[in-house]
Design a protein around this ligand. Structure first.
Ligand code: F6P
Length: 541
């Protein structure tokens, strides 16, 4: 049974939303607060999370209609299909089960009539033992020294998730120092190698396919470097690998004990919970890795079992569709008020844009409506001094997610109130703005009131969600990431697209490998004029 194929714009809820949009598009959020209890009615408290979505250009009717849209698009059944291992990734004929690899191991999940849970537990145990033995020093390098550094070699989903989590959870770090090599830019890998002692470094090649040009080039460069320092035999003790491609792993010379398998039903950009998270487990220790999985699993349960109106990922997805398809907003900003979440926007760019950047629907037809949002962002308060001007006073409407933590990591941190005052002030300012009369009052002693006044006015009515979490730790981070994963799923279901393939990145890859041959042979073939003249310039150098 595959996903239903429902064009959202043909539903009766969509039509009602269109006329409702015309009724409320000019309403001011601050006026909507005149109604009692908006702040509590339009927020969800769940475990260590409070999600306040009251500062949005929505009212009860909007939510009601959006919820109807979700129902008309068969969302509830689609969620079941995903969790039960239906092959909902139809263009690749695969199930979508990143939720299974973080499940608690008590349930049974079937793919092709086989319960996959025992193999998940087995691979989790292998990872745990490897992590514990490497951190304790039981597993050593070829010259019998303990490992001090690990290097994750991967790109896209085999890099962005691990690097984001490792950076976010550095407060919980093990004694190992993590490094990441991703870009095919040789300067990147060489800079990382410069800092490392080969005798005490473990390299982990992470590639679902083991075919990715960037990862294989970096792995081979590193292999050569290692052999030049420690000899051929060292490859066996200094390389580990994560992949579905057992054959290529053997050819590379990886020790079987250091090979961690992957399943095709875990998509690359959703794979940090699987063996792809080996660098995470090594960087924060196996107990913290378990907590990360547990946090995600709790969000999975919330997503599966909560009613739509109290379901955090669904509500966030519906609000996002409201802005994308009715207000015609093109982008959304993600602003974590934690420097440790610096890499979250980049991680979410792949997760969201590679998943929902599609223009063909599940019927194979071109969509007549907008799909995937453009996602961007940066940490607060740094972003306030960078791009916030445009969010406050620019011509574009940019819905924002503000993510903040009630408690800092360090007890001695006496700046947290400052950070969080900025956090609360920004969402309030975006909504309230500053009227001409308020601005005029402030300028009363200025002799250029007339000239300055229009520049000092803030229209306000700019929407945001506030996601307030008790503390940044493995568990809450797991829940936060899973929250966004499910938001992606809901949007894909409602937009009637396939969120789990990524054919759009293939064309560039194909052309790059053809071009590489031409560049290496200095033999330029037929291209457009611009490409030919640029290639000539490059080769003439
Ligand atoms: O960018 C395309 C992509 O296929 C991603 O989906 C994936 O995360 C990345 O390449 C890396 O692929 P692999 O893990 O197979 O090396």
């Amino acid at each position: 049974m595959s996903l239903k194929n429902i064009n959202p714009t043909k539903t009766s809820s969509w039509k009602s939303l269109e006329s409702h949009f015309n009724e409320i598009k000019d309403l001011e959020i601050k006026d909507l607060f005149k109604k009692n209890n908006r702040a509590t009615d339009l927020s969800i408290s769940w475990g260590k999370f409070t999600v306040d979505f009251s500062k949005n250009r929505i009212n009860e009717k909007t939510l009601h209609l959006l919820i109807n849209l979700a129902k008309e698009c068969d969302l509830e059944n689609s969620i079941k299909k995903q969790f039960e291992g239906e092959k909902i990734n139809k263009t690749e004929n695969r199930a979508v089960l990143h939720t299974a690899v973080r499940a608690n191991g008590k349930e049974k999940i079937f793919v092709d009539d086989k319960n996959i849970v025992p193999s998940i537990i087995e691979s989790r145990t292998k990872m745990k033992n490897f992590t514990d033995d490497l951190i304790s020093g039981k597993i050593k390098g070829s010259t019998n020294k303990k490992f001090t550094d690990i290097v994750n070699i991967g790109i896209g989903g085999s890099d962005l998730g691990p690097v984001m989590i490792v950076d976010a959870l550095k407060y919980y770090k093990s004694r190992l120092n993590p490094h990441f090599v991703s870009n095919v830019d040789g300067d990147h890998v060489l800079e990382v190698l410069n800092k490392l002692n080969p005798e005490t470094t473990l390299f982990i090649i992470v590639s679902k396919t083991f075919k990715t040009q960037e990862t294989l080039s970096n792995a081979n460069t590193i292999k050569k470097w290692l052999i030049s320092k420690l000899g051929k035999k060292s490859v066996y003790s200094h390389f580990a690998a994560v992949s579905t491609n057992t054959k290529e792993i053997e050819n590379f010379g990886i020790n079987k004990e250091y090979f961690f398998s992957m399943n095709e039903w875990v998509g690359g950009r959703f794979s940090l919970w699987s063996s792809v998270g080996l660098s995470i487990s090594l960087s924060i220790g196996s107990d913290n890795f378990e907590s990360l999985l547990n946090g995600a699993n709790q969000m999975d349960k919330h997503f599966k079992s909560s009613s739509i109106e109290k379901n955090i990922p669904i509500v966030l997805a519906l609000i996002s569709i409201w802005y994308n398809n009715f207000f015609k907003c093109e982008t959304e900003a993600i602003i974590p008020y934690s420097q440790n979440l610096n890499r979250l926007p980049a991680y979410l760019q792949q997760a969201i844009m590679e998943s929902n950047g599609k223009s063909i629907d599940r019927n194979g037809d071109k969509t007549s409506y907008q799909t995937g949002n453009i996602v961007w962002g940066g940490t607060g308060t740094n972003s306030q001094h960078a791009f916030f001007q445009l969010i406050h006073q620019g011509t574009k409407l940019i819905p924002c997610d503000f993510i903040g933590f009630t408690n800092p990591l360090y007890k001695e941190n006496n700046q947290h109130n400052k950070l969080m005052s900025n956090f609360f002030a920004q969402t309030e300012a975006l909504m309230m703005g500053k009227s001409a009369s308020e601005a005029e009052k402030e300028l009363s002693h200025n002799n250029n009131i007339k000239g300055l006044l229009p520049h000092k006015v803030f229209e306000g009515n700019r929407p945001s969600n506030t996601i307030l979490i008790e503390k940044l730790n493995p568990e809450t981070l797991g829940s936060l990431v899973a929250m966004y994963e499910h938001k992606i799923f809901v949007q894909g279901i409602l937009w009637n697209i396939y969120s789990y393939d990524q054919w759009g990145v293939e064309l560039g890859k194909e052309l790059a490998s053809k071009l590489l041959q031409e560049v290496e042979n200095k033999d330029i073939k037929a291209h457009d004029d611009s490409t030919i003249s640029l290639l000539k310039k490059y080769l003439d150098n």
